[in-house]
Design a protein around this ligand. Structure first.
Ligand code: ZN
Length: 150
């Protein structure tokens, strides 16, 4: 049973890596932030259109390993239509899930749970969290245009 679940999780990661969702540029995005993980070489630009506190549209461009690509693809799916504070709450849950710091609300993270396994691979945690740190910067620091995980 547990093995089946692992296979399912891997299949979701492979799928999002092969066919990333929301992989495009948003012209005139209200926020655009570039995230870089020098440990692995993952690089992405996150585009957000925020209207009255709601993430009306979100997309990304860039290149990285399977974990980072699947993570940003899944993130764009789950945060689209959410408010900024809902997205921040998800960031907190995702951070806990990948670092095991505190309780995780599994219902809230939903499909993101496929990435929970990275906590067993410390070198891959930054691959999985790059998208979320980039989002966090985009939401909290208007005007900042890039972040690095180092
Ligand atoms: Zn990576």
């Amino acid at each position: 049973m547990f093995e089946d679940l692992r296979d399912l999780y891997q299949e979701v990661i492979f799928d999002h890596n092969r066919n990333p969702r929301n992989f495009r540029v948003i012209e005139n995005a209200s926020r655009a932030v570039e995230g870089f993980n020098p440990l692995c070489g993952d690089r992405l630009t996150l585009y957000l259109n925020i209207v009255a506190g709601v993430i009306e549209d979100v997309s990304f461009q860039g290149s990285g390993c399977a974990i980072s690509t699947a993570s940003v693809s899944l993130m764009t799916e789950i945060i689209k239509g959410k408010t900024e504070s809902e997205a921040e709450a998800l960031f907190t849950q995702f951070h806990r899930m990948t670092t095991t710091e505190g309780e995780v609300d599994l219902e809230a993270v939903g499909k993101l749970a496929v990435l929970a396994g990275v906590k067993d691979y410390p070198a891959r945690v930054k691959c999985a969290t790059l998208a979320w740190h980039t989002l966090d910067t985009a939401l909290k620091n208007e005007g900042q245009t890039s972040i690095s995980t180092e």
